[in-house]
Design a binder for this molecule. Structure first.
Ligand SMILES: *Cc1c(COP(=O)(O)O)cnc(C)c1O
Length: 341
């Protein structure tokens, strides 16, 4: 049977060339500070994003959580989109790990504006209010539909944050999808105080994320990573996959975007699809009206060996990635057309 997995871009397996790079990697004990491949990955990623230093971590949840921990004190407030990963999908980590609370704003696509920041920041001298410390933007915005926010918006929100003395963190789990779509380079994002990037999403590495920022920020982050249990030993094998991905899997994200566009086009032809989020990158989020709701479509596809995610009763998500083959695309198209028939 067909085995087509459109649930996420995290489901990819290393390519043969990536495995070879991993196997050949020189390694050491990174907790003792002597894994050369981890050091190389941290240095290269930091340099590309115009930051001083990097910290290799097991997950993007950990890099976000470390950033929030370093930027804030318990009782502080963090501004983000109501759709943000740090708010919806990190297990309440902001409260558990940092003792902070969240104030949300923005649109249905995961964007936050400079105006939102001016509107949401708490009055500094008012003892009733939790002190605002940090603004977090997510690019691309996952739950917004893989929305690319664009440099002008990122800059404006950054200026608004700075005008209130707030730190500015980028959750860039899928930042390369945004960069490829916009034709921008990582160094265009130098104005962030800290950046989290995932190697295990569209870039196709099996494990790993990086936190990037100033030297003293990363030094403090390293202590937090240890406390969180994220210090890894011969992590160079994983870092090697990340290095390979940064050099070989960025430009090809355009193929994933093209596949997502095709799927979005198919969905536009189906009467049971009543709403679609704008398709910017490698995700297609759509709402259906049918008696069984989203779970019925999910089950219809699963019976044909095609996996996608039902986000709730009405919304579904399809994600493209480098393990998607043309046969998977055709099977998905046929299965979508036969739903309810
Ligand atoms: C996937 C993701 C993360 C981190 O996820 P992990 O699975 O912990 O690596 C963070 N932010 C966004 C927007 C994501 O999509």
């Amino acid at each position: 049977m067909m085995d087509a997995d459109f649930r996420s871009d995290t489901v990819t397996r290393p390519t043969a060339a990536m495995y070879a790079a991993m196997a050949a990697a020189p390694v050491g004990d990174d907790v003792l500070g002597d894994d050369p491949t981890v050091k190389k990955l941290e240095a290269i990623a930091a340099e590309r994003f115009g930051q001083e230093a990097g910290l290799f971590c097991p997950s993007g949840t950990m890099t976000n959580q470390i950033a929030i921990k370093v930027h804030t004190r318990p009782g502080d407030e963090v501004i983000c989109s109501h759709l943000a990963h740090i708010y919806n999908y990190e297990g309440g980590g902001v409260a558990f790990n940092s003792g902070v609370q969240i104030r949300t704003g923005g649109d249905a696509y995961g964007r936050l504006s400079a105006n939102d920041v001016h509107r949401l920041v708490q009055p500094e001298m008012d003892v009733h209010a939790a002190p605002t410390r940090l603004v977090v933007l997510e690019n691309t915005a996952n739950k917004g539909g893989g929305t690319s926010l664009g440099l002008p918006l990122l800059r404006e929100v950054g200026e608004a944050a700075k005008s209130h003395g707030l730190a500015y963190h980028l959750d860039g789990a899928r930042i390369f999808n945004a960069l490829v779509r916009e034709g921008d380079t990582p160094s265009d994002l130098h104005f962030f105080d800290s950046v989290s990037i995932c190697l295990s999403k569209g870039l196709g590495a099996p494990v790993g994320s990086l936190l990037l920022g100033p030297k003293d920020f990363i030094a403090e982050g390293k202590r937090i990573r240890k406390r969180f249990g994220g210090g890894m030993r011969q992590a160079g094998y994983l870092a090697a996959a990340g290095l390979y991905a940064l050099d070989h899997h960025v430009e090809r994200l355009a193929e994933d975007h093209a596949n997502a566009q095709r799927i979005d086009g198919w969905l536009s032809q189906l009467s049971y699809v009543v709403e679609r989020k704008p398709c910017h990158t490698n995700m297609v989020l759509f709402r259906i009206e049918s008696p069984g709701g989203a779970p019925a479509l999910q089950a219809h596809l699963a019976a044909k060996g095609i996996r996608i995610i039902a986000m709730d009763r009405e919304w579904l998500r399809v994600v493209t990635h480098y393990d998607v083959q043309e046969a998977h695309m055709t099977a998905l198209h046929e299965a979508l057309k036969s739903f309810g028939a």
